[in-house]
Design a protein around this ligand. Structure first.
Ligand code: SAM
Length: 667
């Protein structure tokens, strides 16, 4: 069925996007007028079928921009009736155009799902002269060779020999070639004789990688982006060797060499310790060894983690031997439970309690949470506090927080609701509540400073979380910034609460503690605690990043889904991780700032890929989901490498039976 609107748009596309850019071949222009591009794009993108862009199709792939396909087909110089090979069927659109011009088309796609969809779309168009198969097109289709023309719609590190050899004498091969994911050269190779070829560079283009035996290494690439050097360059090899020479090596994080690191940390007030995933045992264990040394040898006052305030308060009470009645709710019970409820953290918590045992209450090291996901537990904590100290104020608080109560089962509904015209939202009452509490400082704090501080912090969390949930509707940037802004505000409050000159250790993901200005985040307008700390405390901050190559990791496939033990793919070429892996060391500490080796710093200063695994790990789309660009020496002061790592061990609830009522990880 022909939609007259779409037909008009198609005509316009041919005139304004294709002809206007110099495509002159009447065959190509005519084929483009005949083939409805909308039949080859996903249903929900059909209205954009004639826009001047590539569009996403299934399996993370794309349908090429119309004029680029036109240019490629024109470069094949088809006269009609030829036998053509199309590598990278994708949506099948290019195959359909070729089928309109040539005699027979052989089309290969490596992803079965795409091949099936394309096959249906081609048949719907009545194009029966296309033979389609699923396979590795980088090797061509030898049984159907020789071809008069071969078109490759994915970028290869070099022109595959096998494809050249499947050309008929006089045949043309058009293929994007290059290692840069953002720009490749479109190349035409003409077979002049048995062993004679002519190569011409046609244009700069941008394609997805050709993954396969004669293309990019599939094992080291995600299906969306697999660009990189096939072999490590001499420059990288020598940088890896230099890192191996200057780094402080270790075999196991349990024997981390700490003396040099403690020297470099000097008298920093804040030490930010990252992690490259939320589920790697070595990151937790290394972080804890460093933290213990900071507490024992440098007298640090508190640890603050990327966890929620009320849950972490439970740990704080336990490690500081504070007297609180047991609570009715389970701490760290929300997704992702394994992030803090694990054997590694439990070991540290038990150590800290013992460390504090024979110290005066004022000298005990505290344990706090910086995050803001505990809206309703925080409301409950404020009410519980006021019920105790000021029942009248508690009644007012109940009234104010009542505004948020209906949304407890689904905070996202609050975001939607607050967009409705006439709905006043809950901002005013929650902000007033915080202000009221702060103003009663003198009245309440005299009774119990710690409990008052805890209540104010919960009220602050409610106010910031209210704004956070509202902002989620406007996209991830403002929500991210609100969250890291809240974490930083909490950190400043903690420094004030613990007194002048107090010092803290922060445990959060690399993406929070590394300076955002050295990563892709800043281009998106995002900041983080690392950046805010640098700006506010300058040289008094020391930040430590982590990385790993292979092993296992505890992570989910989607939000709110169960934890799985997943296998980490080996690091991609062109990543910092690959460079560290090439050192051949099991693990090392690498100073990047003060005390770092100038040659290594200079070598690492060039932007590279870096991997970040959160509570979710999607190996099947790893490049797009988990890699970003960074400049490591600007991001961190120190980098800790663990070549092979393993997943954290979640707490076994049965093993907790019989633990004291006040035990923070109770049932
Ligand atoms: N010509 C396609 C169209 O009109 O929709 C666009 C193709 S898309 C830019 C590139 C396609 O190449 C993807 O579908 C990808 O899965 C496929 N591909 C990548 N490596 C391949 C290989 N070795 N063999 C076959 N297909 C491959």
């Amino acid at each position: 069925m022909t939609d007259p609107d779409q037909k008009a748009r198609r005509e316009a596309m041919v005139d304004y996007q294709v002809r206007a850019r110099g495509i002159r071949s009447p065959r190509v222009l005519e084929a483009m007028r005949q083939v409805p591009r909308e039949a080859f794009v996903p249903m929900d993108l059909r209205e954009f079928a004639y826009d001047d862009t590539a569009l996403p199709i299934a399996a993370g792939q794309t349908i090429t921009q119309p004029w680029i396909v036109a240019m490629m087909i024109e470069a094949l110089d088809l006269k009609g009736g030829e036998r053509v090979l199309d590598v990278g069927t994708g949506s099948g659109y290019a195959a359909a155009l070729l089928a309109r011009i040539a005699g027979e088309v052989y089309s290969i796609e490596r992803i079965g799902e795409l091949a099936n969809q394309a096959s249906r779309a081609l048949l719907d168009q009545g194009l029966v002269n296309v033979e389609l198969r699923v396979g590795d097109g980088s090797l061509g289709w030898p049984e159907a060779a020789p071809f008069d023309a071969i078109m490759v719609a994915a970028a290869s590190p070099s022109v595959p020999d096998g494809l050249k050899r499947q050309l008929a004498i006089g045949g043309r091969l058009v293929i994007p070639v290059g290692a840069d994911e953002n720009a490749q050269e479109l190349v035409r190779v003409t077979r002049l004789g048995e062993d004679a070829y002519r190569r011409e560079d046609l244009a700069d283009v941008r394609f997805v990688p050709l993954l396969g035996e004669a293309g990019w290494d599939e094992a080291r690439a995600g299906p969306q982006r697999g660009f990189g050097r096939r072999t490590t360059s001499e420059r990288d090899r020598s940088l890896s060797r230099r890192i191996a020479d200057v780094a402080e090596g270790f075999e196991s994080v349990d024997d981390l060499p700490l003396a040099g690191l403690l020297d470099r940390i000097g008298d920093s007030r804040l030490v930010l310790i990252g992690e490259a995933s939320h589920g790697t045992s070595e990151f937790y264990r290394a972080r804890q060894r460093i933290t213990r040394a900071l507490i024992e040898e440098k007298g640090f006052d508190f640890v603050a983690i990327e966890g929620d305030w009320p849950d972490t308060a439970r740990i704080d009470h336990y490690v500081r031997h504070a007297e609180y009645p047991p609570s009715e709710w389970t701490a760290f019970a929300r997704f992702p439970t394994w992030m803090w409820r694990n054997e590694e953290v439990r070991g540290f918590v038990d150590w800290l309690r013992e460390h504090n045992a024979d110290r005066a209450p004022a000298d005990r090291v505290a344990f706090h949470g910086l995050d803001l996901y505990s809206l309703y537990n925080s409301i409950a904590a404020v009410l519980e506090y006021l019920d105790d100290v000021d029942p009248e104020a508690a009644a007012v608080a109940r009234e104010r927080y009542g505004c948020l109560t209906p949304f407890e089962p689904d905070p996202a509904a609050y975001a939607r609701m607050s967009l409705s015209p006439g709905y006043a939202g809950c901002e005013t009452p929650v902000v007033e509540m915080l202000r009221d509490l702060q103003q009663r400082h003198r009245q309440y704090a005299e009774q119990d400073g710690d409990r008052f501080h805890d209540a104010v912090q919960n009220a602050r969390l409610v106010a910031n979380a209210e704004e956070y949930y509202r902002s989620m509707f406007y996209g991830s940037r403002s929500a991210w910034n609100l969250r890291d802004g809240h974490m930083f505000e909490t950190l400043e409050t903690l420094l004030a609460h613990h007194g002048e000159g107090s010092r803290g250790v922060i445990w959060a993901h690399n993406s929070h503690v590394g300076d955002a200005r050295a990563t892709d985040m800043s281009r998106r307008g995002e900041f983080n605690i690392g950046q805010l700390c640098r700006a506010r405390f300058g040289e008094a901050v020391y930040s430590i990043g982590f990385g790993t190559d292979t092993g296992t990791v505890a992570a989910a496939s989607n939000w709110d889904e169960p934890m799985e033990i997943k296998t980490l793919r080996p690091a991609l070429p062109d990543s910092y991780e690959r460079l560290c892996h090439e050192t051949g060391r099991a693990g090392f500490l690498l100073p990047l700032g003060r005390g770092g080796d100038p040659q290594v710093r200079q070598g690492l200063a060039e932007s590279r890929l870096e991997r970040a695994v959160g509570v979710i790990y999607r190996p099947e789309t790893e490049r797009a989901s988990h890699y970003f660009h960074a400049e490591l020496p600007r991001q961190f002061d120190e980098y800790v490498w663990v070549d092979r790592s393993r997943a954290v061990t979640p707490l076994d609830s049965r093993a907790l039976e019989g633990a004291a009522d006040t035990y923070p990880f109770g049932l």
